[in-house]
Design a binder for this molecule. Structure first.
Ligand code: MEV
Length: 340
């Protein structure tokens, strides 16, 4: 069978991370930064994963015996090991769903330019990409029929994240599958597109990330178990910010949107998941003209976003972010989701 190539955009959360795990809505978008996964089916029960990252200079090759599915990973990179876990789990979930013969194996190549463990929904991108690849290789799904299968791809990728992380909202997997700017309601599994009719100048940056999403989600859960009333009221506050941000996006009210970003960041600091150095960058970007700036995603460093009034202001913010040691990952949002 021919090799299948799947291209998966990464994503940023504009509003509502962590609270979305507890049923509150969130707003997220894909960005034009991609991971590519390609693969073939083989007759031996072996899964071989080759990870290639030319910019960050590593190549990692791992083989797993599928009869035992034992994860024999000899890598000392926590984030690489974590990505393999998502991939193995996604294949299991897809094959159980399709009732395929697990004696077959795969050779899968992952190409990415991103620093490992940067955030940006990379675990969801790997889950969505692996489910899409598995469906294309095993289910006779054609590239043209991907659009019609997106509900199912998003759902199975979400189940993958839940199994690996223990807790996960559908935000990352649904945004990456469908693509574009979306309002996610985790209680109904709706990822509604948001149509804006004004250019939005958003800088996506990142700093080193020290914890996995699973660890950070667990940290918030422990805080909530200790003081449910207090943490529930923070989650409700974030939920309200999301509903206001939705209106500000529709109205093109970027001053208000920026203010809401700052408030959302404050709530995330209150949850104790924001890295101090990362937060300092966010505060400096605001002083240097950003209308608003916040951490984006699970926290512990990782991704941040900053909103600018104009493209010129965005360029200034980019220079400042780089001078402060952050990676600049994207300066615009993307319209599409997973493609093959
Ligand atoms: C991670 O990108 C976002 C979190 O809200 C977790 C989730 O939604 O599953 C922290």
């Amino acid at each position: 069978m021919d090799e299948i190539i799947v291209s998966i955009p990464t994503k940023v959360t504009l509003f509502g991370e962590h609270a979305v795990v507890y049923g509150k809505p969130a707003i997220a978008t894909t960005i034009p930064v991609f991971i590519e996964i390609s693969g073939v089916l083989i007759r031996e029960p072996v899964l071989t994963i080759n990870m290639r990252n030319p910019i960050h200079m590593y190549i990692e090759s791992i083989s797993i015996d599928r009869t035992t599915n034992k994860l024999n990973v000899s890598t000392d990179r926590k984030h690489v090991e974590q990505l393999i876990r998502y991939m193995v789990t996604a294949l299991e979930i897809c094959e159980d769903d399709l009732k395929t013969d697990k004696r077959y194996g795969y050779v899968i190549n992952i190409n990415s330019d991103l620093p490992p463990g940067i955030g940006l929904g990379t675990s969801a991108a790997i889950s969505v990409g692996t489910i899409t690849l598995c469906e294309l290789l095993n289910n006779g799904m054609t590239i043209d029929s991907i659009e019609k299968s997106k509900e199912r791809i998003a759902y199975l990728a979400w189940k993958t994240e839940q199994r690996v992380q223990g807790m996960a909202s559908p935000m990352d997997t649904f945004t990456i599958t469908f693509g574009g700017l979306r309002y996610i309601d985790p209680t109904t599994l709706q990822a509604k597109p948001i149509d804006i009719n004004k250019e939005i100048n958003i800088l996506v940056g990142a700093t080193e990330r020290k914890y996995t999403t699973a660890e950070l989600v667990r940290r918030v859960r422990m805080l909530k178990e200790k003081n449910p009333l207090l943490i529930d009221s923070i989650m409700s506050g974030i939920g309200y910010v999301v509903s206001e941000a939705y209106k500000a996006l529709i109205d093109g009210d970027w001053d208000y949107l920026g203010m809401l970003m700052n408030i959302n960041h404050g709530f995330l600091e209150a949850l104790g998941i924001v890295d101090e150095k990362h937060s300092n960058i966010i505060h400096i970007l605001r002083k240097m003209g950003a209308l608003g700036a916040k951490t984006s995603g699970a926290g512990g460093g990782g991704a941040f976003i900053a909103l600018a009034r104009s493209y010129e202001d965005l360029n200034t913010i980019e220079l400042v972010a780089k001078a402060l040691g952050a990676h600049v990952v994207a300066k615009k949002i993307h319209r599409d989701g997973v493609t093959a």
